[in-house]
Each structure stands twice: as C-alpha cells, then as structure tokens.
Ligand binder design. Structure first.
Ligand code: SF4
Length: 135
C-alpha cells in the first residue's frame, strides 16, 4: 500500500480476500491502466511496468500525472514512457519511489518531478531540502 510495500492480502495468486475486498480503495480505485486503457499501452500494466499510474491528479495547484513505484524504484523504460507522455501532453509528472542510495534503503519516500522548471522547483521545495518525505 506504499511504494515497495504491498497490501497484507496480496498473494502470488492475487488478492486473498477479493470477494470481500473493501470499497475504498480496492473497489473504487482505478489506475490509469484500468481506467484509460485506450491511452496507456498494455505493457504499462502495473505488474509489468513497475509503476501504478494515475492521470488527472491534482497536486499543490498543478494538474499532474502521478506514478507510484510498485517495488523500490520505477524502471528506467517506464520512466521514459511517462516522461514522453508528460512532454507530449504538456502535463507535469510526479513520481514516488523508495529512497535507495547505493543499495541502502532509508525507509522514506522520494518524490521526483518532471516538467516545467517551475514545477520541478515546486516539488523540491514542497518536499524539503533533501527531496524526501518521511513515512
Ligand atoms: S484488492 Fe485490496 S485487499 Fe486485495 S490485495 Fe489489492 S489492495 Fe489488498
């Protein structure tokens, strides 16, 4: 339920309580792959691309595309697709990963921004001097 930290009901076969899964977030939430299949390609399915993508999100007054890492980090090729989408549609991209430096995990989420310089600066200043949001 956080980047790199799956739900306790998540198993290799899928959701262990699927028939009784809660309304929020499980029944209501739809990632971009589910909700906008005509826009997002099949290989951007979260378990294949390593990111849960959300279109039409609001963040500090910006309309953004948001992506959250499925594991610790979003794979490079997925980021490339997201950045190309952001560039093409002139919409800022905010993504969240676990903070990993030289293989060491810090138990923190790192927010990164891509888009107009003003947006990237906003991400840095909103998150703090080290670009880190503590859990
Ligand atoms: S559907 Fe909901 S309860 Fe089931 S694994 Fe996913 S997040 Fe967990």
């Amino acid at each position: 339920m956080e980047p790199g930290r799956p739900c306790a009901h998540c198993t290799v076969q899928g959701c262990a309580i699927y028939e009784n899964r809660p309304e929020i977030p499980c029944r209501k939430f739809k990632c971009a792959w589910l909700a906008d299949g005509d826009v997002i390609p099949e290989n951007m399915r979260p378990d294949r691309c390593g990111a849960i993508v959300m279109f039409d999100r609001k963040w500090n007054g910006w309309s953004i595309v948001k992506a959250v890492a499925v594991g610790d980090l979003i794979p490079e090729e997925t980021l490339e697709w997201l950045m190309a989408y952001a560039r093409e549609n002139k919409i800022p991209l905010l993504w969240q990963e676990n903070l990993v430096v030289d293989g060491k995990k810090y138990g923190a989420i790192r927010n990164r921004g891509f888009g107009p310089p003003a947006f990237v600066e906003h991400v840095k200043h909103a998150i703090g001097p080290e670009d880190i949001m503590r859990l």
